[in-house]
Structure formats: structure tokens, C-alpha cells
Design a protein around this ligand. Sequence first.
Ligand code: MN
Length: 245
Amino acid sequence: MSEERGRAGQHLPEASYVLPATAAPSAAVAGERGRFPVRRIYCVGQNYASHAREMGTDPKREPPFFFTKPATALLADQGRLPYPPRTQNLHHEVELVVALKTGGRRIALARALEHVYGYAVGNDFTRRDLQAAAKETGRPWDVAKGFDHSAALGPITPVARLGHAARGAIWLTVNGLEKQRADLDDMTWSVAEVIAELSTYFELAPGDLIYTGTPAGVGPVVAGDVLVGGIEGLGTLTTVVAPAE
Ligand code: MN
């Protein structure tokens, strides 16, 4: 039933293709040779009151809202992000990323964390000018959020090694200067709450990633910038912004 439906986009290993099949996206796991197979990338909008305020939004506790990025947008640690086209205002957003080992629909809050494989540092790169235009016109966010290399992701640290990431510092520097700093417990919606709510919209599955929102301090980057994001216990994520291609 749902097991079959959840795999609708996948094919048996012996399937043949009319074009070379694209390799499935995956992510590094800290301390493991095996990689984490990435299925979907979900993102939470405005999950820290401080960031909601800087974006001109009332930070009261409304239900979290979601958008997605294609899994092919992943960019590994030490990755190079060519300055993307059609923007003059590329922004960084350091975020805690949740990696799921199991999924389901309408997941109970009390059991939500049982589905987590691990956590990582992420950067939800955003074409802020295109996002502002989309908000103004009520158009979709895809071009603002889902562009190539827009989902930077550090190695995933398994829960089995470090437990759940509920508190601890989250920060980001650009060329060594601190731009963002907060604590994970500043999040408006906890990881468990995000999983429970998201699973009322989508059937979650093994391999899904959830970018859980960014704290205040987002800002523009330019070619040549070196960004280092970090979360206490989860290491760092370095991204180099390269010239436009
Ligand atoms: Mn974000």
C-alpha cells in the first residue's frame, strides 16, 4: 500500500533507461564510509522569531510553513557555489538539518524523533531579490530557493553517536566575521513539532532531509566569500562562493 506508493518514482535495478540515469543524490555521514541516500529536501520558513522580525513578519507562533528544494541542489562540505544567475542578492541562511531514517503520515508528536537518523549543518542559499518579488506577486518560491547548489549540507552526525540536537549554538561566519549566531532552542517550532506538522502534508520517507529554518543575521554574499556554518556538536560546513559561470 503506502510502501508501494512511496516508491512510485523509483525503479527496479534491472530497469533500462532511454537516457543515462542520473545518480541518486546522497550525503556524507560523519565517521561512516556509507552515504546517506537523499530522497526529498523540505525546508521550514521563518522558524526563529529573530529572523521573522528581520524579514518584516510578525513572529507570533503560527503553524510552520514549508517549501522544498530538489535533492539535486545538494552541495557538500567544502563545496563551491558559483554565483547563481538572475540575482543581485544571494543570501546565506545557516540551519539545522534533520535527516530521516523512517517516515510516515500524520506522525505523532511524541514519536516524531524516533524517525530521525541524524543531524547536520546546512545552508539554505536564497536569491533574496527573487524571493521578495515572489512574495509581492504571490508567485512560487522555486526560483528563489530551488536553484543549483542551493542546499549546502555538512556531514550528517547519526543520533546513535550524539543524541538529538535540541540545544546548542548555531552560527555562521563570512570571511571569518560572524554574521549569524543563536541557539537551537530559540527555534519557534521544535524538530519534533516540525516533523509532526510536515507529515500532515506529505508522507515522509527514509532519506528525507528537513532544513529547519535560520536565525537572524542573513545577508548577501559575493564571489570569493568563504562561509563557515557551525552547530555545537555537529561540526562545520564550509562553502566557497565562486564567480558566476
Ligand atoms: Mn531557510
